[in-house]
Design a protein around this ligand. Structure first.
Ligand code: CAA
Length: 381
């Protein structure tokens, strides 16, 4: 087994780390404080080829692999967790399914702009009453002549307000259950498509999380992504890749929190020396470092399986489950190292804790990841 990154992957890692330290980390607190979408930073992600990192170069991407995507996501998220999720959704939840399930015309229309970061995508599966039970879609898609007509409401849509194109899941034929769900590529300028509200959140405040209303949105027949009835499978397969991205986001947040706590522990004096000399603090670092490393290995395994064209749904669920829970434990411990200062906004520890929390919820809660892993394990998969 080879744990070494290729020279290309190491170069990417170094480049994105330098970029994140120079251009994201210094503004992350301000992005959080203002709660505004980081347009300038997202434009830079596009310039650096990070908005379509695993898309082929012929489609405007960087032509790299899933491991590279995970590496870049870790670095960007260590700099700014909001930028991390904006990048992850565009890469995993929009570009990936268009590449995998799109027609040549759909790829031509959408991929070059999305993968180069000139446009932004969002993914609309969740609804006000439909979260973990994703198959219970209430949004409807009715065929009228040459058109599809979409009606419904979508909830918690990352990039919802800024996106140019939205991948929408909708129920085309309720009598067929999950096999009645379709996927559509919807330009957000379509009449009837509107952003109802942005949520006020605990963390990742720079990314928009929006409610979207679909009110008689009329789409040409060729807006269907994949086959009729394939929508649920497209959504699930898409989320398998997305979970690698969110796991990497969680890892980046955890690593950054741990590194900042390390710097503090080596400087802060108590009981006659730096608190890093105290075994109580040392044990916290031992646990944090071990969990961060274990999360990274699970992520790399899932990404490597994807790159080899092997089944990776369970590996991605394990990586997302462990990395997100690690991020919550690590950011909590890191804050503890700072003591009272960690609870105050003068230090970023409290932001890391707030940013980490969502990684256990979106793109499948920890409970859903456990369900995916358990089903696979118990069925011998
Ligand atoms: N790949 C391909 N197909 C899959 C699949 C996968 N990973 N998982 C399931 N399917 C297929 C099944 O094979 C089955 O098809 P067949 O009948 O032909 O075999 C079909 O889909 C139905 O599967 P299930 O019976 O397993 O479906 P279920 O109703 O029990 O649901 C679930 C499974 C795992 C609970 C699923 O609903 C789920 O993942 N829920 C969580 C939803 C989620 O992650 N939401 C996140 C929203 S997006 C977001 O957060 C983005 C953002 O903005 C950041």
């Amino acid at each position: 087994m080879d744990f070494e990154l290729s020279s290309e992957q190491r170069l990417l890692q170094d480049t994105v780390r330098s970029f994140a330290r120079a251009e994201l980390l210094p503004v992350a607190a301000e992005i959080d404080e203002k709660g505004e979408f980081p347009h300038a930073q997202v434009a830079r992600l596009g310039e650096l080829g990070l908005m379509g990192i695993a898309m082929p170069t012929e489609w405007g991407g960087s032509g790299m692999d899933a491991v590279s995507y995970a590496l870049a996501m870790e670095e960007v998220s260590a700099g700014c967790a909001s930028c991390g999720v904006i990048m992850s959704v565009n890469n995993s939840l929009v570009c990936d399914p268009i590449l995998k399930f799109g027609t040549q015309a759909q790829k031509q229309r959408y991929l070059p702009a999305l993968a180069s970061g000139k446009q932004l995508g969002c993914f609309a599966l969740s609804e006000p009453g439909t979260g973990s039970d994703a198959a219970a879609q209430k949004t409807t898609a009715i065929r009228q002549g040459d058109e599809w007509v979409l009606n419904g409401s979508k909830n918690f849509i990352t990039n919802g307000r800024e996106a140019d194109v939205c991948l929408v899941l909708a129920m085309g034929d309720r009598t067929k259950g999950v096999k009645g769900i379709n996927a559509y590529l919807v330009p957000t300028q379509s009449p009837g498509f509107s952003v109802a509200k942005n949520e006020k959140k605990l963390g990742i405040k720079g990314s928009s999380t929006s409610q979207i209303a679909l009110d008689d949105v009329r789409l040409p027949a060729d807006s269907l992504l994949g086959e009729e009835g394939q929508g649920f499978k497209i959504a699930m397969a898409t989320l398998d890749g997305g979970r690698i991205g969110i796991a990497s986001q969680a890892l980046g947040i955890a690593r950054q929190a741990m590194e900042e706590a390390r710097t503090y522990a080596l400087e802060r004096q108590a009981f006659g020396g730096p608190i890093a000399d105290l075994q109580a603090i040392q044990f916290m670092f031992a646990d944090m470092a071990t969990e961060v490393d274990a999360a990274r290995l699970l992520i790399w395994r899932a990404a490597a399986l994807k790159d080899r064209g092997q089944r990776y749904a369970t590996a991605a669920a394990m990586a997302k489950l462990f990395a997100s829970e690690t991020a919550n434990r690590v950011t909590n411990k890191a804050l503890q190292v700072f003591g009272g200062y960690g609870y105050c906004k003068d230090y970023p520890a409290e932001r890391h804790l707030r940013d980490a929390r969502i990684t256990e919820i979106y793109e499948g809660t920890s409970e859903i990841q456990r369900l995916v892993v358990a089903r696979s394990m118990l069925s011998g998969g």
